[in-house]
Write a protein that binds this ligand. Structure first.
Ligand code: SAM
Length: 285
């Protein structure tokens, strides 16, 4: 059987013309399991087949344990209505397009992008970017066949006008950079949480009410024109193990004491509210 590295190298090979060297912006070519730019900058494709194209060190809370928990939550169907909605929107807006990438900026451990690609039939070239190396390593391991890249979404290692559709799911945005990589008729699909997202966790641990994400939305409207938007709301029941995972992966759980969490998990667990705003937008002329 072909190795994950070989499968992932082929996926990277398919998007080579759209890749840009993180140091000089030049085009990259594959040489064995390395990429080499015109100016001689070299990047090895790491096992199990991802690119590390970050040109600065970072400190992040998004570590191995968090992404493993996020994947278990994803496998439990927690995000399924969201990924289904996103796949439907991608199918609509990619219809008839023969050029340009589908990019997920802030892809985490890649489960949304892999599922969206699967629901699209797998034929579209997709790129998952995240600043956290551990998420990208897991994505390359768990979902081979796509281009997985450790990179800063504020300095995407992609050429200008390379992207037809840009996903930005529960992650920070960099509109200046998004404008650079998006084609002139390219679209952004941004997802952010609604005010009541995971409200049961706030109630159970007496945490501050969410201010909502009005600021995120207003910022988006400054830069982009909304074409379509939808609100998704659903309730999800989780086992105690998956609830522990949820508390591990959400910033709401990061400051809780272990004893507090253990005690809570022995109670009659509430269903959690999941609420997202999904916005399809075009950059302003
Ligand atoms: C809440 S997680 C969402 C991950 C994924 N989109 C999901 O919905 O499962 C936010 C993600 O944004 C990533 N992130 C934060 N700043 C970033 C940056 N400057 N460039 C790329 N990724 C970034 C984090 O590493 C993390 O994986």
């Amino acid at each position: 059987m072909e190795s994950k590295l070989a499968v992932n190298l082929r996926a990277i090979g398919r998007i080579l013309p759209q890749l840009a060297c993180p140091h000089c912006g030049g085009h990259l070519a594959l040489e064995g399991a390395s990429l080499l730019c015109e100016a001689g900058h070299r990047f090895d494709v790491a096992k199990p087949g991802y690119l590390f194209l970050l040109d600065h060190g970072i400190h992040t809370k998004y570590d191995r344990q968090l992404f493993e928990a996020r994947k278990r939550i994803s496998d439990a169907g927690f995000f399924a209505p969201l990924t289904e909605k996103l796949a439907e929107l991608c199918a609509t807006y990619l219809d008839g397009r023969t050029e340009g990438l589908l990019v997920d900026a802030g892809t985490g451990e890649g489960s949304h992008l892999a599922e969206i690609s699967r629901q699209l039939g797998g034929g579209y070239p997709v790129v998952g970017l995240d600043i956290a190396k551990e998420g990208i390593r897991q994505a390359a391991r768990d979902y081979p066949g796509h281009a997985w890249i450790t990179a800063d979404l504020a300095a995407c290692p992609l050429q200008d006008d390379s992207t037809a559709l840009l996903l930005n799911i529960l992650s920070p945005a960099s509109y200046q950079e998004f404008d650079r990589i998006l084609k002139s008729d390219g679209l952004l699909i941004k997802v952010f949480p609604e005010k009541d997202y995971l409200q049961e966790i706030r109630t159970a641990f007496a945490l501050k009410e969410s201010g909502g994400h009005a600021v995120v939305y207003e910022r988006l409207l400054e830069e982009y024109t909304v074409i379509e938007e939808a609100t998704l709301h659903y309730q999800k029941a989780l086992s105690a193990e998956r609830f522990r995972d949820l508390l591990l992966m959400t910033p709401l759980g990061w400051h809780l004491e272990a004893a507090q969490v253990d005690q809570f998990l022995q109670t009659d667990l509430p269903q959690v509210t999941v609420g997202y705003r999904v916005v399809v937008a075009r950059r302003k002329a």
